[in-house]
Design a protein around this ligand. Structure first.
Ligand code: FAD
Length: 291
């Protein structure tokens, strides 16, 4: 039997602009982009990935901050979780800041980025349900220029990014209204989500948007529950809801996202627990958003 030694990474390029990063990936099709490296290097260390080259994004300053644009925030893909967790960012997009503060231990939050979270697309990616509820768009840079796509398109897998394409920015509507992200973990302290819920109020459209993360390959939107609860809110008044309505919303969301098994089978205990967790997260998240 012939064994092959794993191929070592051949080259590391550190471009200073997004265009130069795209050019480096175009010139070296076998290379992969790396931002904070928290997901990518873990895959390398597990022996799952042996990239022939790396294009580091850490020096691309244009994607490390954000700017305002037509009622939206244009967030650089290189924003770290630590940066998004700070108060000035939290005042802008509170749910994304809450998700960033919950994304792993401090050393991970210092290095891990928004773009890496999106492109990895792990079910437990904390930014993902928030971006789904916000109906964010991605600005993708590639050899043919830039294109935009809804974030929900990318959450199904990396292959939607073409060769040498990079996520440059995330365009998020600024709603100027309460929004909440809550996450349940299997243990105390930082940990991956067993379930998470983002709730966003959109008073201009008299809408409530909700996304449930970590329980399916991509975030789930319980659209019927969103429409039903939005119709009960007095948008011109105090926006309060009776506790029974909050409880019913939680159960509606949970039933939509954690469906019954086929036939008359009883819910297995693990499914019942997950449904209760999702119901509690959704009820609390909406209650906090409306309080
Ligand atoms: C111990 C530990 C705990 C963690 N806990 C959490 C947690 O609680 N919640 C959570 O959400 N995540 C968690 N993570 C996962 C990880 O930290 C995040 O997903 C992080 O946001 C990834 O960002 P990164 O910059 O490190 O990505 P990288 O590892 O650099 O890249 C990840 C993938 O994205 C690609 N990529 C990166 N940037 C771009 C770009 N701009 N355009 C195109 N492709 C790009 C890379 O090629 C690679 O495929 C944890 C990780 C570890 C190791």
């Amino acid at each position: 039997m012939t064994t092959h030694a794993p191929r070592a990474t051949q080259s590391v390029t550190l471009p200073a602009t997004l265009d130069a990063a795209v050019a480096a990936l175009t010139a070296m099709p076998a290379a992969v982009p790396v931002a904070g490296g928290t997901d990518l290097m873990a895959a390398v260390n597990r022996g799952q990935l042996r990239p022939a080259g790396l294009v580091g994004l850490g020096r691309v300053n244009e994607i490390r901050g954000w700017q305002y644009q037509d009622g939206h925030a244009l967030l650089g893909a290189g924003l770290t979780h630590a940066r998004m967790g700070r108060p000035d960012f939290a005042a802008l997009i509170p749910a994304l800041a809450a998700a960033a503060r919950a994304a792993g231990p401090p050393q991970i939050r210092n290095a891990g980025t928004l773009g890496g979270n999106i492109v990895t697309g792990a079910p437990t990616g904390d930014a993902l349900p928030v971006l789904a509820a916000l109906e964010a768009d991605l600005v993708v840079a590639g050899p043919g220029g830039t294109r935009e796509l809804p974030v929900s398109h990318l959450l199904t897998g990396r292959e939607l990014l073409g060769p040498a394409e990079l996520v440059g920015f995330v365009r998020v509507p600024l709603l100027h209204a309460p929004q909440v992200f809550l996450k349940a973990t299997g243990r105390t302290g930082p940990g991956r989500a067993t379930a998470s819920v983002a709730v966003v109020l959109d008073p201009a459209r008299r809408g409530v948007r909700c996304a449930v993360g970590a329980i399916a390959p991509m975030p789930l939107r319980p659209l019927d529950a969103e429409h039903w609860i939005a119709s009960l809110i007095d948008w011109d008044g105090d926006r309060g809801l009776a506790p029974e309505a909050l409880t019913a919303f939680g159960e509606y969301v949970a039933a939509a996202c954690v469906p019954d098994p086929p036939g008359d089978e009883q819910l297995p205990p693990a499914v019942l627990h997950l449904r209760r967790t999702v119901a509690a997260l959704a009820r609390r998240a909406l209650g906090r958003a409306l309080s």
